[in-house]
Design a protein around this ligand. Structure first.
Ligand code: GZL
Length: 325
């Protein structure tokens, strides 16, 4: 009876929100477990691959998946979580677009007795009982890897001084904050490096292009030696502009990027990008495994970080293991 009421409520909300999800399992039978999933948007190849991973993993697990895409709007994620509460889903999963502003809605989920799994990004809260588990990258480690690559590269180039421009991801998001901190901590104290600018690219290819035009206008091609970009989409935008302006990417200006999508790895192999730090979007299986443990009444770990590596121009790039997602 409880879920029937919830279903009526959510159907009303679906009409309002404009989308719902499947609540049947792989064989079109009513699903025994229903997951409410708020995806933050479709801003990059990483995000699109992440959504596909979640959908495939839910299907293989036989779980119903109600997915709402927030199109980069935090308020839409909050509305979606409220609709999942009304429907009384078994587990809520979401990728918080920014770290702040979630306590109220997650308190409502807690009062409704619905566990919450954070997927991909973290929240900033004084009450970590508001979420049951976090599945996603160690972004600080990713930033450190990028910085440590640059130190190795500067040594190999016997560089006396390098000016760095940083193109940042979505402001106040976990990957932006921690990829920046990890990188800066790694290069901190090395007098060969000066960060001349940090600009907001919002993880978008189009803004990566805009940022690069702005940086070249401000510093000229000789005023920037390295671009450290928080994701491949922005990097590929930057690469496009550099080539348009007659600058040799990967040679005249080094490019360091994070994610590891196919197009970026191919650019690495072509000598146009120098370092690709991996960040896997394929979090679906780990999330759905935690959902199964939760609904089976088992204890689950608070944090799950996937194994991630890095490809650089020091590697044998013809090795078949060097590939993007
Ligand atoms: C990282 C993820 C980031 C990717 C971007 O886990 O949150 O968001 O690096 C994506 O490509 O937009």
């Amino acid at each position: 009876m409880k879920r029937t009421t919830g279903i009526l409520l959510v159907l009303l909300l679906c009409l309002v929100l404009g989308s719902c999800g499947q609540q049947t399992d792989g064989e079109n039978k009513p699903a025994s477990v229903v997951v409410g999933f708020s995806q933050l948007g479709a801003e990059s190849s990483w995000r699109i691959a992440n959504t596909a991973s979640m959908e495939q993993a839910a299907k293989e697990a036989g779980f119903g998946l109600m997915m709402e895409n927030a199109n980069q709007k935090q308020e839409k994620q909050i509305d979606a979580i409220r609709s999942f509460i009304a429907y009384q889903v078994d587990v809520i999963v979401f990728s918080p677009i920014v770290e702040n502003g979630w306590d109220n809605v997650l308190t409502e989920a807690k009062r409704a007795g619905i566990p919450v799994i954070l997927m991909d990004r973290m929240i900033e809260t004084s009450d970590d009982s508001l979420y049951t588990s976090y599945v996603g990258a160690d972004f600080y480690a990713e930033g450190r890897k990028a910085g440590e690559y640059l130190i190795r590269k500067a040594d190999a180039m016997n560089a006396e001084h390098l000016n760095i421009a940083e193109i940042c991801g979505t402001k106040d998001s976990t990957p932006m904050r921690d990829r920046q901190k990890g990188f800066m901590d790694a290069i901190n104290g090395d007098s060969r490096f000066t960060v001349v600018a940090s600009v907001d690219g919002d993880f978008l290819r189009s803004k990566g292009e805009e940022c690069t035009i702005q940086l070249l206008d401000q510093f000229g091609k000789n005023g920037i030696d390295v671009i450290y970009s928080h994701n491949d989409s922005m990097t590929l935008g930057a690469l496009n502009i550099l080539e348009q302006k007659g600058v040799l990417p990967g040679q005249e200006i080094l490019l360091i990027t994070v994610d590891g999508e196919k197009e970026a790895v191919e650019a690495l192999k072509a000598g146009k990008i120098n370092c690709v730090v991996q960040c896997t979007p394929k979090l679906g299986p780990a999330v759905m495994s935690l959902v199964k443990s939760l609904t089976d009444g088992e204890h689950i770990s608070k944090v799950t970080h996937p194994e991630e590596g890095m490809f650089t121009d020091f590697d044998v790039l013809t090795d078949p293991s060097v590939e993007g997602f």
